[in-house]
Design a protein. Structure first.
Length: 263
């Protein structure tokens, strides 16, 4: 029997978002710590350690300190990690172990509204974590305001893209252990080769071409530009690239989750 995906999604998906927000409110002290402490560890390690060896880097014709170079990349990595892990491991637990999806679908909500609520929540949690990280990095004087405030809408926008990608993987992974595959083959290469800790111009030409395919590369560029206060029309390409991933993986995740859950 051919299964068709329902495209009509109402604002009822916000009920799923609200449910996850309430759960987050009960465990916020645990969720609060990683975005608070992670940038401190990275900035101290790279700034006091590796930063002294590297000195300064040339970024868009301007010399910047190494710690200033990596700080916006840490925000981009934080966006990717929070969105991806929330809609892989956390969503899988709610779907498979806690049977939360089954319980919600016993209400008038459709499967598409449940998945949309999950993805929007992943993007929202990313904004919360980004705000915390921005406060820490601002303490080191590494963000330029008011332009840096654009990082918050960027966090939701990019968080939605990475949440959609993550939900797609959740729809095809047979068990929770196999999430190691997309992390090893997709997340880790982006973490290392998306211009996060060194300019991609230093890579061989084939590696630079590959890095341009990674959505994190474009997110890092946007994050650096907003953090440094250097805005130009060229950033539109990065925005469109992230939008492309949302437009592809959001409907694809809805389709694959219906294939998985509706028998």
């Amino acid at each position: 029997m051919k299964i068709r995906v329902k495209t009509h999604i109402t604002k009822r998906f916000l009920r799923v978002w609200q449910r996850n927000l309430r759960v987050y409110g009960r465990i916020w002290k645990i969720s609060f710590l990683p975005p608070l402490l992670e940038p401190v560890f990275y900035l101290l390690a790279f700034g006091a350690g590796l930063g002294r060896l590297v000195g300064t880097l040339s970024y868009r014709g301007t010399d910047v300190s190494y710690i200033a170079f990596i700080a916006p990349a840490l925000i981009a990595i934080n966006i990717m990690y929070n969105a991806f892990f929330e809609n892989t491991y956390a969503s899988f637990v709610r779907m498979y172990y806690q049977k939360t999806f089954d319980a919600i679908m016993a209400t008038p909500l459709s499967l598409e509204e449940v998945i949309t609520g999950e993805i929007v929540w992943g993007a929202t949690k990313t904004v919360i974590a980004t705000g915390i990280m921005m406060a820490v990095i601002s303490f080191f004087g590494l963000l330029t305001y008011p332009q840096a405030l654009l990082l918050l809408p960027l966090a939701f926008f990019a968080g939605f893209a990475f949440s959609s990608i993550a939900m797609f993987f959740t729809s095809i992974m047979p068990n929770i252990e196999t999430f190691n595959l997309p992390i090893f083959l997709f997340i880790t290469p982006m973490f290392l080769f998306s211009g996060t800790f060194f300019p991609i111009d230093n890579l061989p030409s084939w590696a630079r071409s590959l890095a341009e395919v990674f959505p994190l590369t474009h997110l890092v560029r946007l994050s650096r530009s907003f953090s440094f206060g250097s805005l130009d029309a060229g950033l539109l390409w990065g925005v469109l690239y992230l939008l492309f991933f949302s437009l592809v993986f959001y409907p694809l995740s809805l389709y694959r989750m219906r294939r998985r859950l509706v028998k």
